[in-house]
Write a protein that binds this ligand. Structure first.
Ligand code: DP6
Length: 340
């Protein structure tokens, strides 16, 4: 069996994918825009038997090749295994049209971030799996269009994964994710891990429930305006000059999404007392050069100019010495990943 290893980073959305037009294809209600991370990633090994009866054996891995200290990505329950099986079949049949017997697959996978730490393992997980399957079949499509194909297949497994193939700034509109011009200011992401318990409402369910929120009407207009503004900031290289606008935009968008959660029927909430306490403290420290965002979870992401990351981290640690903090940089995405 041919064994290959692929690695894909997670990404953090500034403009959020929340609400689907079509949940079988993961087509989003609105455009989104994210920053691709670097070291916070999933590493996946795939081994393929070649054409034959289709089967899948999945194992969590704590080390793969040069990658040590991985957090094994276990699959819990038959449903999750079926989802992975469906995804492998989707990718394999798209890359080898006409192939009926999709063969035996052995997958081993691990994350370079702790579970439940506010890093979406489905984004890096599906991107790494898609890439590993393509490499194991020797069917890695070349060039920009090949990247678009893998990204679009990956999206059908989990929407946000389509933005992890390139970097650092990636937009996603409808069926297409694409890199947008990246500004000269390079960012770091400090993830303040407020809580590491699994979420009570998964993001797929959140996508469905927000459609019932009384704040849903108007959401598409609000998000479109922020999306256009962020693209303008990035493409005109004004991120540094208009940092306070960027920072405002990040928080407004995150709060808009959480507002949808709080007003859906029935409402749900990811923020804890600690989330609110840390947010209030950040608000009281306007001189900190941070742009705040949250995903569908209680943890807080601080986007910070690279050269300020150390100082910001120290300030947070001084105030909340019990918080665990993950630190990462913006990165080039799975396809450009240098090593795997
Ligand atoms: C809040 O990509 O996890 O992180 O397509 O159902 O797998 P599925 O959802 P998923 O949603 C992520 C939502 C988000 C915002 C974002 O990353 O844009």
């Amino acid at each position: 069996m041919k064994r290959v290893i692929a690695r894909a980073p997670s990404n953090i959305a500034v403009i959020k994918y929340m609400g689907k037009l079509d949940s079988s294809l993961n087509l989003p209600s609105n455009p989104s825009l994210s920053l691709t991370l670097d070291r916070l990633c999933t590493v996946t090994e795939a081994a393929w038997s070649g054409p034959g009866e289709f089967s899948l054996r999945w194992q969590g891995a704590s080390s793969l090749g040069e990658w040590q200290d991985l957090r094994p990505m276990e699959i819990e329950g038959g449903l999750a295994l079926k989802k992975m099986q469906r995804h492998i079949a989707r990718v394999a049949s798209a890359l080898r049209p006409g192939l009926v017997d999709l063969g035996a697959w052995e997958i081993r996978s691990g994350n370079r971030f702790p579970a439940g730490a506010g890093i979406a393992s489905s984004a890096s997980g599906f991107a790494a799996l898609t890439l590993a399957v393509a490499r194991a079949m020797d069917a890695l499509p070349e060039g920009e269009r090949g990247g678009a194909l893998l990204s679009s297949l990956s999206r059908q497994g989990s929407g946000s994964s389509c933005r992890s193939f390139e970097g650092p700034w990636v937009a996603w509109e409808g069926e297409r994710a694409f890199r947008v011009a990246s500004p000269s200011l390079k960012l770091a992401d400090l993830v303040l891990v407020v809580e590491d318990r699994p979420k009570t409402v998964g993001s797929s369910e959140a996508h469905a429930r927000v459609l019932e929120s009384e704040r849903w009407p108007g959401r598409l207009e609000r998000v479109a305006a922020r999306y256009a503004d962020l693209r303008r900031l990035l493409e005109s290289d004004r991120l540094a000059i208009e940092w306070s606008r960027f920072s405002e935009l990040c928080l407004e968008e995150a709060m808009d999404m959480h507002g949808l959660f709080h007003s859906s029927k029935p409402p749900f909430n990811y923020m804890t007392e600690t989330t609110r306490e840390v947010l209030a403290w950040l608000e009281s420290e306007p001189s900190l050069p941070v742009a705040i965002t949250l995903d569908a979870g209680p943890n807080i992401h601080l986007l910070v100019p690279n050269e300020e990351a150390g100082a910001v981290r120290r300030a947070v640690e001084q105030r909340f010495d019990w918080l665990s903090i993950l630190q990462d940089l913006q990165g080039p995405g799975a396809l450009a990943g240098a090593r795997a």
